[in-house]
Design a protein around this ligand. Structure first.
Ligand code: SF4
Ligand code: SF4
Length: 198
């Protein structure tokens, strides 16, 4: 098991002996604060259709949050940058790193966020479209094949709810069970699971 920080240790201390976490509302309420701004890997390949399915589960309330627009920078492609310049007719605050990657400079907040609403929503950068899905998690399966799994940043309750919905579906197969760090383990054949052994 990976090193646990304080909030994760608290989650294990509170929930390690509890079965059926996935249907426990109090557990998910705890997750909103314990895992805020951390990433969780979903048991899904990072493919367009799978990403789309996850994004449909994110019930983002328009104009009420904007927390994911509060990062200091947003990566954009050159085409996305040009689109922003062309369609907003304003100077776009940006910078490039040593590798030529372009970023919106959002140190003072994204210039396109007004009253918590994205004013360039229909042509916002792909990173914004994908959120809360972030860069995929690389893994190696039992056959040694490399694969990429969807990773979600738990920036908000809406992202936690989407993750919860995925895990409810996956755990309903009865083949895996959820651990308090939001990872999955195979169910023991006797049906008792492994939580009691941690
Ligand atoms: S942090 Fe979540 S709820 Fe808030 S604006 Fe972003 S996606 Fe929506
Ligand atoms: S472009 Fe829109 S969605 Fe992206 S960070 Fe700015 S306000 Fe948020």
């Amino acid at each position: 098991m990976a090193d646990l920080d304080l909030s994760e240790m608290k989650m294990f201390a509170k929930w390690h002996a509890t079965r059926d976490l996935v249907n426990n509302r109090e557990f998910w309420n705890d997750c909103v604060s314990a895992y805020l701004d951390k990433c969780v890997t979903l048991p899904m390949y990072d493919e367009p259709a799978e990403r789309e399915a996850v994004l449909k589960l994110v019930r983002c309330p328009p104009g009420q949050c904007g927390a994911c627009c509060a990062y200091e920078k947003v990566a954009v492609t050159l085409a996305e940058y040009d689109t922003l310049v062309k369609n907003t007719n304003q100077a776009v605050s940006s910078f490039s790193d040593n590798n030529g990657n372009i970023f919106l400079d959002c140190k003072n907040g994204c210039q396109f966020l007004k009253s918590n609403i994205c004013t360039v929503y229909s042509f916002r950068p792909s990173v914004c479209r994908a959120f809360p899905i972030v860069e995929p998690k690389e893994a190696v399966n039992q056959d040694g094949a490399r694969l990429k799994q969807i990773q979600v940043r738990l920036k908000c309750a809406a992202a936690v709810e989407a993750v919860r919905a995925v895990f409810i579906k996956v755990c309903s197969t009865g083949k895996v069970m959820l651990l308090p760090d939001l990872s999955l383990i195979p169910e023991y054949e006797n049906g008792k699971g492994a939580l009691g052994a941690i």
